[in-house]
Design a protein around this ligand. Structure first.
Ligand code: MIC
Ligand code: SF4
Length: 642
């Protein structure tokens, strides 16, 4: 029987398990990436594992998130990452070189390889045919040490693209359409594999926009074939030798199918506060806009920026709008500077930011109170921009640039002829901002600033687990709710005790105090609990506060893995109505916890306050159960080796 792309790559990398959807498998990881907001913790954990040098084909540490230096913390962490990388065989991408996913696509990604990254948008690499997966920092640390990466064998959903896009409609609209159809939980347990005639009309950066934002579906990853277009891209990057053809077999089978007619797509926007709250721009209407931000790992390629520059050329940004633009990499920025496009942007009134995540993670440019902000980014969760009352819409670069001139959300088809951007035959290649690791055997001193505090490590699971229901939250709670991240908090990613004081505060400002007063307890969640970022701080901060378990209707993939890695039990209600039967403050007991976890499947917890037994399930492989019993992956790895 023919194989699809996902099966082909997994088969080549399979270490253990059976390739049946839903079963646990483990795969060999060829490349890893980290960024600075998750990287500090990942390297502290790598050091704790005690392996002297990475065993991957290539590992890269990027600095792109924590680039505002309003105190010593971020600069200290960058020094730590630079030195720890040099010591352990990791390439270091200096601040200013660009956003990890954009740079990795340009300079390091290789079709057919596996990539594990401590960032949820690692699937961007699927744009050149990599199996690129986002994970918590500890999983990446284990992979850097040569350990296998464990995941649930995904279902594969073929997304067939028919026809080609109409003028002014862009790759962003394709992924927004997929989000409209599937929602933010629609991809859980799946890989989206793109196929059909339509993919031949999409360049690598356009494909990468689609795979990048596949993260918002909750999917394990997304992938395009590696074909002639991929080859052209790698050739233009001076890396033709890295190309290999990778296509699904003609008789490949799929678990699910979706078809999208590109001809029928129109400019779309995701309305506040969820990436799946999608509508046609023309139907939303001409709302007044206060801020427009163009960039992020979703839409900051050379082609995206050139379209924006062409639209802005000779015009002036509307007086009511603050337009900020962050080109995705030094390569992109260099090319814009060389061909004059940067001058067109600046002349029009754009505020040009460094090549980094910036406003996408609230690192500056927080909008005004109640402001409407159009962003070419991938997430518009409430408060993520740094302003709780802001209303963020996710749009394509075309919609963003045209609206910057009109001052209103505008369907770009009203703006006349669309911009035409030729694919560059040669990108501006200069890897001088990537520092190779020190040669093996050369002494490197690792520099640790005072911001680095010991991170919490759990203890073995006790026989009985008891505590109060500390907080009850609704559906689709994001890791931005659990562990908010903005310019003020991101500098403390290596200081979990401090961060814990902000845990779940967007849902309830008293949560940290209550958790501490009660010596920890349980979190009660709705469905898709923990969607969004890969930040393991969303598990470490609750651990710091003594949280023992989360009982939810369902979990997002990476967050569930992070909870397990921290030794916090993720339990799902067997009967969803039981969610209604737990109130804040109820006493919950999981008796015979060790035996129940070891046996797996259905378990019983008791609500002592309501005198009621509740059935919950733990969907754990036997390895994951052992991790919980050991009190987390670090303890487990120390006991068993990786
Ligand atoms: C994000 O887009 O939410 C982030 C910031 O890149 C996170 C990583 C983090 O929280 O540090 C992600 O996507 O994993
Ligand atoms: Fe950075 Fe935003 Fe991309 Fe996350 S989504 S990696 S914060 S640009």
């Amino acid at each position: 029987m023919g194989q699809n792309l996902v099966q082909k790559i997994i088969k080549e990398h399979l270490i253990s398990g059976e390739m049946t959807a839903g079963k646990e498998i483990s795969i060999r990881i060829d490349q890893t990436l980290t960024q600075d907001s998750t990287g500090t913790m990942a390297y502290l954990q790598f050091e704790a594992i005690g392996i002297p040098r990475v065993r991957t084909k290539k590992s890269v540490a990027y600095i792109d998130h924590n680039t505002l230096q309003t105190g010593f913390e971020n600069a200290d962490d960058h020094k730590y990452i630079q030195t720890v990388a040099a010591k352990h065989g990791i390439y270091f991408s200096r601040p200013g070189n660009g956003i990890c996913h954009q740079v990795h696509l340009e300079r390091f990604g290789i079709p057919g390889m596996t990539l594990l990254g401590s960032d949820s948008h690692t699937p961007t690499g699927g744009g050149i045919g990599m199996l690129a997966i986002g994970a918590g920092g500890l999983d990446v640390a284990v992979a850097m040490g040569g350990g296998p990466y464990y995941l649930t064998m995904p279902k594969v959903c073929r997304v067939t693209l028919k026809g080609s896009l109409k003028p002014w409609v862009s790759a962003k609209d394709i992924i927004l359409e997929v989000l409209r159809i599937l929602t933010v939980k629609g991809g859980v347990g799946k890989v989206m594999e793109y196929a059909g005639e339509g993919i031949k009309t999409l360049s690598v950066p356009e494909r990468a926009t689609i795979t990048n934002m596949g993260a918002e579906l909750g999917a394990t990853t997304s992938i395009f074939p590696s074909d002639g277009i991929t080859r052209e891209f790698l050739k233009a990057q001076g890396r033709e030798d890295d190309w290999r053809e990778l296509l699904p077999d003609a008789d490949a089978t799929y678990d699910e199918e979706i078809e999208i007619d590109l001809e029928g797509l129109e400019p779309l926007a995701a309305r506040p506060h969820s990436p799946d709250n999608v509508a046609r721009v023309k139907d939303i209407g001409k709302i007044k806009v206060d801020q427009i931000a163009i960039g992020s790992c979703t839409n900051s390629s050379y082609t995206d920026m050139m379209k924006v520059a062409q639209i802005l050329k000779g015009k002036t940004v509307s007086p009511g709008v603050s337009l900020v633009i962050a080109p995705g990499s030094k390569q992109v920025l260099t090319m814009l500077a060389e061909n004059g496009a940067l001058a067109d942007m600046v002349a029009a009134g754009a505020r040009v930011l460094e090549s980094a995540c910036g406003p996408c993670i609230g690192m500056g440019q927080a909008p005004a109170t109640g402001a409407v902000s159009l962003r070419t980014f991938n997430r518009n969760f409430e408060g993520r921009s740094g302003t709780a009352s802001a209303k963020v819409y996710l749009v394509s670069p075309e919609v963003a640039a045209v609206s910057a001139i009109t001052g209103m959300l505008t369907d770009p088809r009203e703006a006349g002829d669309p911009p035409v951007v030729e694919k560059p035959e040669k990108y501006a290649v200069n890897d001088n901002m990537v520092i190779p690791p020190a040669p093996e055997g050369v002494e490197v001193e690792v520099v640790r600033g005072p911001n680095i505090k010991p991170f919490p490590v759990n203890r073995e699971l006790p026989e009985n687990l008891a505590g109060k229901a500390l907080i009850k939250v609704g559906d689709n709670i994001t890791t931005d709710h659990i562990m908010p991240s903005n310019a003020k908090l991101l500098p403390f990613r290596s200081n979990v005790p401090y961060l814990a004081e902000f845990c779940l505060t967007p849902c309830d400002p008293d949560f940290p105090a209550r958790a501490k007063e009660n010596g920890g307890g349980f979190i009660i969640g709705g469905s898709n609990y923990g969607q969004g970022s890969s930040r393991e701080h969303a598990a470490l901060a609750p651990l710091q506060l003594g949280v023992k378990g989360v009982i939810a209707k369902s979990f997002a993939r990476i967050h569930m893995a992070n909870l397990i890695n921290s030794g916090i039990i993720p339990m799902v209600f067997v009967n969803e109505e039981d969610y209604d039967g737990i109130e804040n403050g109820d006493e919950i007991i999981l008796s015979n916890a060790r035996e129940q976890v070891r046996n797996g499947g259905e378990m019983t917890i008791r609500n002592n306050t309501k005198h009621k037994d509740i059935k919950v399930a733990v969907y754990l492989s036997s390895r994951q159960a052992e991790i919980i019993l050991a009190g987390g992956l670090l303890n487990y790895t120390r006991q068993n080796g990786s």
